[in-house]
Ligand binder design. Structure first.
Ligand SMILES: [Zn+2]
Ligand SMILES: [Zn+2]
Length: 460
């Protein structure tokens, strides 16, 4: 297996959320060099010259709008947003009505309307049908440039300042690439001087799953041990498959993924989820569950971002996953079956899943889990006879600090996935305190700028 950092299929995010970015890609396609070359051949030389001039104007309009919207302050109250939206759209429309010479001026109001509209992609589709193509193309370009700017800012905003770590560009530990260029990797470094014994940061997983046979003995969401007489424990109200340590975990777990994956077997005959659950149980699998939870969480985030009361979240689960390194894994005899089962579970609730979850994407996600997951330790003893068997091909990073504890599942973390590997001179240890919340504790003094490393063993 070979590790890779290829960023793939950001496009998928949009498809899975049931939103059609198709128009956008249609435009990209039409903008592509071959298409344009062919088109241009048909035109006369003078026309080409004219097109160049227009192209120049287009770029300056796009830049001007980008600069302007970066300085804009947009209304936050719903009624104000509505009024602002109506005002901008009608400004745009009246400019269009005045004729082609005013087209460029209409881009700013149309784009401003987009900035306050709760479902921007719906509005984009509306624009495509109603406003002239030249204007529409400029709007699409501005949108994608703004998106690129946000993506480039990822490492400035993540990890949050409160963690005392940042993601720096460090020289790669692997051999130089084919072009003999020194390649870079993102590594976690201390953002201040840290004392031995200090907790540098703690974080909850992006996604986690425990061994299917341990459901009921540990919280389905945070993986805390649930004792038989625990008065705080709650069961899902629609199925008898999962138990939570309390109402907060139930709420979070439902919102993040269980609402999409619940078998609803309390009142009806079990839905498709039962088949999936049985399959994972029989084969002792966590990763297909983690993949489907991850896909569910993307939809949950998308739903949340449409909630006007919710503060806009810049970086999604996909943004994190997309940047993680992975093993290139090959399909097995079960791959097609697993994909089929996930699709059947999520089909009615996750629009676009059928198109999105290709073999490549599924294998990539599994490769990311194998490369980045840490084991979560539990507290039951061997004498309790709980089965925590792991499928042989579900590998993860082994941690010496959890070696003599039972492993109850695996979890994927946004920050800790970037912890460096050092067998001889690690400077932190990874600690769990009774659930899947991971803490990073300094095992010696660490200087600001020093890479954070521990002695995990990558699967081979
Ligand atoms: Zn819990
Ligand atoms: Zn349920």
């Amino acid at each position: 297996m070979k590790s890779s950092t290829v960023g793939l299929a950001t496009t998928g995010l949009v498809v899975i959320a049931g939103i059609t970015y198709v128009i956008y890609y249609d435009y990209q396609r039409r903008k592509n060099p071959t298409y344009r070359r062919e088109k241009k051949k048909e035109k006369k030389r003078e026309v080409k010259q004219a097109a160049k001039t227009i192209k120049h104007d287009t770029l300056s309009t796009i830049q001007a709008v980008l600069d302007q919207v970066a300085q804009d302050n947009y209304p936050t109250l719903t009624e104000e947003k509505e009024a602002y939206f109506m005002n901008q759209v009608s400004q745009g429309e009246s400019l269009v009505a005045k004729g082609e010479i005013h087209y460029h001026d209409s881009v700013l109001p149309f784009y401003r309307a987009l900035k306050v509209y709760p479902k921007p992609l719906d509005l984009i589709m509306m624009y495509q049908k109603t406003i002239p193509d030249d204007i529409f193309q400029m709007i699409i370009s501005i949108m994608s440039l703004e998106q690129k700017k946000i993506q480039n800012g990822f490492y400035e905003h993540f990890p949050p300042k409160s963690t005392y770590v940042r993601l720096a560009e460090l020289p790669s530990l692997e051999s130089k690439d084919d072009d003999n260029k020194e390649s870079l990797r993102r590594g976690l470094v201390a953002d201040k001087n840290i004392k031995s014994g200090e907790i540098i940061y703690s974080e909850y997983p992006l996604i986690s799953a425990m061994h299917p046979s341990l459901e009921g003995y540990y919280c389905h969401f945070c993986m805390r041990r649930i004792e038989a007489g625990d008065i705080n424990k709650t069961a899902c109200s629609n199925c008898d498959d999962v138990v939570f340590c309390g109402t907060e975990c139930e709420k979070q777990g439902l919102k993040q993924y269980h609402q999409f994956m619940c078998t609803n077997n309390k009142f009806n005959a079990a839905e498709n989820g039962q088949e999936f659950q049985d399959y994972c149980g029989t084969h002792h699998l966590k990763y297909p569950q983690m993949v489907s939870r991850f896909l569910s969480s993307m939809v949950a985030e998308e739903m949340d971002s449409k909630n006007p009361d919710q503060e806009q979240q810049h970086y999604s689960s996909w943004d994190h996953m997309d940047r993680m390194r992975y093993f290139e894994s090959l399909p097995t005899e079960n791959t097609a079956q697993e994909i089929g089962l996930i699709k059947r579970v999520l089909n009615n609730k996750v629009p676009g899943i059928d198109k999105f979850l290709t073999d490549d994407i599924y294998l990539m996600l599994k490769g990311k889990l194998a490369y980045n997951c840490y084991p979560v330790p539990g507290s039951h003893s061997a004498s309790e006879g709980l089965c925590d068997k792991t499928a042989a091909d579900e590998q993860y990073r082994q941690l010496p600090s959890t070696e003599n504890k039972v492993t109850i599942g695996t979890a994927l973390y946004r920050i800790s996935t970037y912890i460096g590997q050092s067998m001889d001179d690690p400077n932190i240890k990874i600690v769990f305190m009774g659930n899947n919340k991971l803490s990073v504790v300094a095992t010696r003094d660490i200087q600001m700028g020093e890479e954070i490393t521990t002695n995990y063993i990558l699967p081979n």
